[in-house]
Design a protein around this ligand. Structure first.
Ligand SMILES: C[C@](O)(CO)[C@H](O)COP(=O)(O)OP(=O)(O)OC[C@H]1O[C@@H](n2ccc(N)nc2=O)[C@H](O)[C@@H]1O
Ligand SMILES: Nc1ncnc2c1ncn2[C@@H]1O[C@H](COP(=O)(O)OP(=O)(O)OP(=O)(O)O)[C@@H](O)[C@H]1O
Length: 268
């Protein structure tokens, strides 16, 4: 069984409060983008994990394995080889690891005919990471709480062209949250997202940008260059370091490759 686990971008991101449990309450709009990892599951004698493509720093247990272990603990599922072809850049704020984990949960649910609904899979996803639950339904949503309480939102970027630039900078989510200053929102993101996209640049903010731009001016530069190239809206995704631009029409940004790897998320 093969699945394509996609990335996400955050359209606005407010860090509103530090919680007693160390996590932060946030408000954001998650939007799925067509940039993919590939995951293959094959029946095996015992659970094994292997990955190709981009190398994954950190060395700990991969989120794909953790997803298997969580379901196995409750359902005693059949062993599998999980083969990940890593393509979504890491430490980028694109949620690649969370997406992989969510897709493994969905694939194992199907392969083992567990019959679990997305609501029933959600607690497993939440244990794997705050971003993970979004990838179960994988549709644009307004998210609050630690990023796992969802409300429907109407945003459709399909008529537009999205480009993502990932500089050679790895930002750890933990560190990014340590550097952010939570603040009571001055912005009603749910309303702002309904404005015409041309107005987003005056209303949407990503609270991680201030601290990250201070530390890595190159990331701020990418945002400015995307506007110079005609983006209707450009922002850092999540805790960075990737920056996305939304354009009216297709643009060729290869001349920016000195700033980072350029991706054009598209249908496969
Ligand atoms: C920045 C975002 O990508 C925005 O979508 C997410 O909030 C990050 O979600 P994630 O990478 O799935 O995060 P997790 O793997 O759950 O948590 C990593 C670490 O980030 C911090 N963290 C994460 C989410 C959150 N709402 N508050 C936090 O303070 C915590 O220190 C946590 O230990
Ligand atoms: N399948 C996976 N893909 C990527 N990273 C993984 C995976 N499984 C475990 N990890 C660990 O997660 C770390 C990356 O997480 P981190 O939250 O910093 O970045 P990210 O991929 O940009 O995610 P996010 O968008 O949620 O911030 C890696 O360094 C690695 O140790």
């Amino acid at each position: 069984m093969i699945s394509f686990a996609n990335a996400k971008i955050n359209l606005g991101l407010l860090v509103t409060e530090k919680r007693q449990d160390g996590y932060h309450n946030i408000e954001t709009v998650f939007y799925p983008v067509k940039l993919y990892d590939v995951i293959e599951l094959t029946p095996a004698e015992k659970m094994t994990f292997k990955s190709d493509g981009l190398s994954i720093p950190g060395g700990g247990t991969n989120l794909c394995e953790k997803a298997f272990e969580l379901l196995d603990a409750d359902y005693g599922i059949a062993p599998m080889t999980i083969h990940l072809l890593k393509n979504i850049p890491i430490g980028a704020g694109l949620g690649g690891g969370s997406s992989d984990a969510a897709y493994v949960l969905k694939m194992l649910n199907e392969a083992n005919e567990l019959g679990l609904s997305m609501e029933q899979l959600k607690p497993y996803a939440e244990r794997l990471g705050a971003d993970c639950a979004f990838f179960l339904e994988n549709k644009p949503v307004f998210a609050s709480g630690i990023g796992t309480t969802f409300e429907d939102v109407t945003v459709d970027l399909s008529p537009y062209f999205i480009a993502v630039i990932k500089p050679d900078i790895h930002i750890s989510t933990v560190e990014a949250y340590q550097c952010v200053m939570p603040q009571t929102p001055v912005l009603d993101l749910k309303r702002a997202i309904q404005l015409p996209i041309q107005e987003w640049k005056y209303h949407l903010v990503n609270d991680f940008e201030i601290g990250v731009f201070e530390r890595y001016p190159k990331i701020e530069k990418i945002k400015h260059v995307l506007y110079e190239k005609g983006a209707l809206y450009a922002a850092m995704s999540g805790s960075g370091s990737a920056v996305f631009g939304i354009f009216e029409e297709a643009v060729d940004l290869q001349e920016l490759k000195n700033l980072g790897t350029v991706y054009y998320p598209v249908d496969l």
